[in-house]
Structures are given as C-alpha cells and as structure tokens.
Design a protein around this ligand. Structure first.
Ligand SMILES: [Zn+2]
Length: 384
C-alpha cells in the first residue's frame, strides 16, 4: 500500500517544502539501506544467511508489473514493480535458487538433496491483466514458472477490484477543487464516512483510508466505493480497465505455459469477518470456478489481505486446498503448516540502489528473510 503521507511539511520560512524534504529523507534511507546491505554482502553474511535457508522455501509476493509511467500514476505504487526490475530480480533468483510453482516447491521441500539450491516460489496476487502482459514473458524468458492467485469472480469482468476503484477515487477526491461542494452535500452514512477521511481540511493517508475501508462490512463498503467513484467521476469502463483482472483466455494461457493458478477467493473479502456460508462460497466456490475454466485441479489459495484465523484455516482445508499463503513475513521450513505459509513481500523501492537499478545486495538480504532484523525495519504485513 501507499505509505507516503499526504500531509505537507513546512520549511522554516513557512514555504511548502514537502516534496523536497520527502525526497531527501528517501535518499538518505536508500543510502543507509544500501550501506548496511553492502556490508552484509561483502562480509559474506548474506551468503551465510542464504546457506542457512538451505532447507527452507522462500515465497515471494508480487502484485502488479507495470512500466514506470503507469507505476507512478498508480495510487498504490508500492505494489508495483517495473518489468526491468522483475527481470533483474529473476536474474538473481535463478542464479541462487531453484524456482518452482508453489505446489511443486512444497513437494520438493520434503525431499531436499544435500547441496541443492534453496527453493523459491514467485507468487502474484489478485491476477491483474499486467501479470499476463508483462510478468508472463519475463518469467518465461527465465524459465521460471510462477503461481498466480486470481480473484475468481473478476476473471473476464470489466470491473476492477473494489480497493483499486476506491484508491483511485480517494486520490482524485483529495486533489479535487470541488471538495467543499461534495463534502457538504447530503448526510448518508457513506458520505459521512468519506467526508471524515478525505474531505477538505482532512489529511488522512491513503493507506490509512484503505485500512479503514477493509473494516467496513461488505455492503457498507460497496456503498462507499460506489459513492466515491460517482463523486470522482470514475464510473466509466476506461477507468476500471486500467485495473482489470485477467480474462479467461489470458488465464488459460498462463496455465498452459506451466504456471500454477491459485485461488484468491471469489470477491476478495476479509475472510475473518465472513460467516461460515460465506467462507464456503468464497473458498470452495472460487476453487470450482477456476477448475471449470481451466479443467485442472486448484490446490493453492491466498488469503485476501493475509487475514486468517483457525476458522478460516479449517474452512480452507474443508474446501480442499493443500496450500495457503499469508502475508506473515519469513521463510518456510519443512515443518511449516502448509495452510499458513509465510511470504516475503517485494517492494521495488526497498530494493533499489542509489542509481535507481536493482541492488543485488539488498535483494540477497531480503530473500534471506533477515532484512527486517539487519536493516532495523519495522515488520509490516503486505497486502495480499
Ligand atoms: Zn489481494
């Protein structure tokens, strides 16, 4: 999610210096990150950490792959990597890891040969069109088969996921010169909700607004999304098409080329808030949907937003899944619960060197599962 705060920072003379200050802070962070990772790489610490993960499975979590211009325009740019960055990441992964789709990697984890390369799986959440357009040829070029978790009800739909529609609408409303006009109009609950978060004089970050929206019940959330899109004039198909999910042909092509397709439920709800019948519909229903499109077994699942508890795990097992991934950060050892797999969330900006390219020393540290400890980084679950 977008971690940048929209609250402007004022310089000593009162002039707005927000953009410049944030850029300086960001550059200093990049220098510090690269220095620490460089030391870890040069002293052999990164290599030792990778060796320590010899008997573990590393599961990477990506979302979207878009060219830089589209990445910049996307409200949640932390969830996007550029094609050239994915290419550089896969160069490194292929050199040091055996890359397999999730179900094959989990089977291989139980029968590791001594001195084999450690195992790694590349996963993509949500199933955006750009996974087919940009990620697929890069993966194929490296001979890497990935695992794509797809929102089943949106396959072939012209509608974007609710969080993309809301994020684009909120961004637009925060910049809108009509803010006073819409925020003083009407008094329904959805409007009050929006007014309290992106009305004039309110400076709530997009990530915080999106987190609040996740806590709404499904019906209320839909009202908020619909109203936000109407107020921001984003009800047209062209707006949704930027964030659409793959269609049936694109999905079939991914599967035919050897990539694994997994379920990301039917409608991307927060499963810990779902009733037993909703859980069955979302988990077993999406499995059936995808199996009938692809005529092959679906055995892997991804919990939306990473949210899971005992009830969700039991419902996942009941629905017939063998493996499920979370957003908890870390590596997976042989003894891992296959329905609580950890992943490493990939954020491009955390893995760049000062020149803007991929930093292999940072990537080495990230994939070792020790980046948070060594870089003193706050643990944060990524969005799934
Ligand atoms: Zn998701």
């Amino acid at each position: 999610m977008d971690g940048a705060s929209p609250v402007p920072i004022h310089s000593a003379d009162g002039a707005l210096a927000g953009g410049q200050s944030l850029k300086i802070v960001s550059t200093l962070k990049t220098v510090a990150r690269n220095s620490l990772a460089g030391v870890a790489y040069a002293t052999g610490l990164s290599k030792a950490l990778r060796r320590r993960s010899q008997d573990s499975l590393v599961v990477l979590c990506y979302h979207r792959v878009l060219p830089e211009r589209e990445r910049e325009a996307y409200p949640m740019r932390d969830l996007v990597v550029t094609p050239s960055m994915l290419d550089a990441h896969l160069d490194y992964c292929c050199e040091h890891y055996e890359c397999l789709p999730l179900q094959e990697a989990m089977a291989a984890l139980q029968s590791r040969r001594a001195n084999a390369k450690p195992l790694l799986t590349v996963t993509f959440d949500d199933g955006y069109w750009d996974n087919h357009e940009y990620a697929r040829p890069i993966l194929n070029g490296h001979g890497v088969r990935g695992t794509f978790f797809v929102i089943a009800s949106l396959v072939g739909s012209s509608s974007a996921p609710w969080y993309d529609r809301l994020a684009r609408a909120v961004k637009s409303l925060q910049k809108s010169s009509r803010q006073g006009e819409w925020s003083s109009d009407g008094d329904d609950v959805a409007r009050q909700w929006l007014r309290g978060r992106c009305g004039s004089q309110v400076h709530q970050s997009l990530s915080s607004i999106m987190n609040d929206a996740k806590l709404l019940d499904g019906g209320r959330r839909q009202e908020v999304v619909t109203l936000a899109c109407r107020l921001a004039y984003l009800e047209d198909a062209a707006s949704d098409s930027q964030d659409r999910i793959v269609d049936r042909d694109e999905l079939a092509k991914l599967a035919d080329e050897g990539h694994e397709i997994g379920s990301h439920t039917r409608s991307h709800p927060i499963l810990t808030q779902s009733t037993p019948s909703e859980l069955a519909d979302e988990l077993a229903g999406s499995k059936n949907d995808l199996e009938s499109i692809l005529a092959r077994k679906i055995v892997s699942c991804c919990y939306p937003n990473g949210d899971h508890n005992h009830t969700v795990i039991e419902a996942t097992r009941e629905a017939g899944y063998k493996y499920a991934v979370t957003t908890a950060s870390g590596l997976n050892e042989k003894t891992v619960d296959p329905l609580r797999l950890r992943r490493i969330s990939i954020a491009q900006d955390r893995l760049t060197c000062l020149g803007g390219g991929c930093s292999r020393s940072l990537l080495a540290l990230e994939l070792s599962g020790s980046a948070e400890k060594i870089l003193l980084r706050r643990s944060r679950g990524g969005r799934a």
